[in-house]
Design a protein around this ligand. Structure first.
Ligand SMILES: Cc1cc2nc3c(=O)[nH]c(=O)nc-3n(C[C@H](O)[C@H](O)[C@H](O)COP(=O)(O)O)c2cc1C
Length: 269
C-alpha cells in the first residue's frame, strides 16, 4: 500500500472485529512501526502492553461498559463534550468538525434537540439508553482479539515540564504509525476511552495490567481484523469530515488564510 493511500484511508473502527487472533507477525510489525516514530532526543518514552488473555480483555470490557453507562447516565459525558456533537448535516457542513449524531437510538430520535437538557437526560435514563450503550460498548471491547495499552515513562511525562509535552507528542507520532499500519494489514483500531472518564476505573485497569509506578498508562486501544461488511453504529466515533484549508491554514502570517486550496480538500483528492 502506498503511504498516501494509507494516510487517506485510515479510519477509526466503531464496529466489531473478526474473532481471529492477530498474528504474531502483525503484532510485531505494529510495534516496530510505532517504535520507528520520532521522539525528543530519541528518548522513546513509550511502552506498550499487548493483551490477548480473554480474562483480562473481559475485565477491561466490563470496566469500559460500566464507565460508559455511568458517564452517560450522570450526564457528565454530554456536558463535557457537547461542543463536538452535531445533530444535522447542515450543522456539520457549517463547522466541518465534530461528530454527526444522526443515528441516535430510535426511541430518542424525536427528542434529538433535547438530548442535552436535563429533561432529555431523564428521558434517556428512563429508556435505559446509557445501559444499552454501555452493554454495546462492553461487547465490542470483549469481542476484540487484541488490546494494546500505551504507557509513558513518568520521568519524561511530567505535565508541568516541556518534556511532558514532548513525550505526549512523541507518543502521538508512535500511535499514528501504528494506526496507519493497521490500515495496511486489513485491521481496525479504536480507543477504549470511557474508563479514562472515571478516574477510579482507570486505576482498576492500571491494576489489572500491573502497570509499575514508574509508568503512566496513557491510553488503551482495541484492535482486530476487519470483517467484510459492518453496519454503522448508533454512535459513530469516526468521521470523514474535515475543515477546509482556508479554515485552518495561514500563509506568511496568521492574518492571511490560505486561499485556493479548498476545492481539492476532499480526503484523498
Ligand atoms: C486524542 C484522540 C482521542 C480520541 N478518542 C476517541 C474515543 O474516545 N473513542 C473513539 O472511538 N475514538 C476516539 N478517537 C478517534 C476520533 O473520534 C476520530 O479520529 C475522528 O472522529 C475522525 O475519524 P477517523 O479517525 O475515522 O478519521 C480519538 C482520536 C484521538 C486522536
Amino acid at each position: 500500500m502506498e503511504l498516501l493511500d494509507a494516510v487517506f484511508s485510515r479510519r477509526t473502527t466503531n464496529g466489531p472485529f473478526r474473532p481471529d487472533p492477530v498474528s504474531p507477525e502483525h503484532q510485531q510489525l505494529l510495534i516496530r512501526a510505532a517504535a520507528a516514530a520520532p521522539s525528543q532526543f530519541n528518548s522513546q518514552p513509550w511502552r506498550f502492553v499487548l493483551i490477548e488473555d480473554p480474562t483480562t480483555i473481559e475485565g477491561i470490557a466490563r470496566i469500559s461498559g460500566e464507565s460508559m453507562t455511568q458517564v452517560m447516565s450522570e450526564g457528565t459525558f454530554f456536558h463535557r463534550y457537547r461542543k463536538y456533537f452535531r445533530f444535522s448535516q447542515r450543522e456539520m457542513d457549517e463547522t466541518r468538525s465534530g461528530m454527526l449524531f444522526d443515528r441516535l437510538p430510535a426511541p430518542l430520535r424525536p427528542f434529538t434537540g433535547q438530548v442535552f437538557t436535563s429533561s432529555g437526560q431523564k428521558l434517556m435514563n428512563r429508556l435505559r439508553v446509557p445501559r444499552k450503550l454501555g452493554e454495546e460498548n462492553r461487547k465490542l471491547v470483549a469481542g476484540s482479539p487484541l488490546l494494546i495499552g500505551v504507557m509513558l515513562e513518568r520521568g519524561e511525562y511530567r505535565p508541568e515540564a516541556l518534556s511532558g509535552f514532548y513525550s505526549v507528542f512523541s507518543m502521538g507520532a508512535a500511535m499514528e504509525n501504528l494506526w496507519l499500519t493497521t490500515t495496511q494489514l486489513g485491521m481496525g483500531i479504536q480507543f477504549v476511552s470511557f474508563p479514562m472518564e472515571v478516574p477510579e476505573n482507570w486505576s482498576r485497569i492500571t491494576g489489572l495490567l500491573r502497570v509499575p509506578d514508574e509508568l503512566e498508562l496513557m491510553a488503551v486501544y482495541r484492535l482486530g481484523y476487519l470483517p467484510e461488511n459492518s453496519r454503522r453504529p448508533a454512535i459513530d466515533w469516526s468521521s470523514r469530515e474535515r475543515k477546509l484549508p482556508s479554515q485552518f491554514v495561514f500563509r506568511e502570517t496568521c492574518e492571511s488564510p490560505q486561499t485556493g486550496w479548498d476545492e481539492d480538500s476532499r480526503p484523498g483528492a
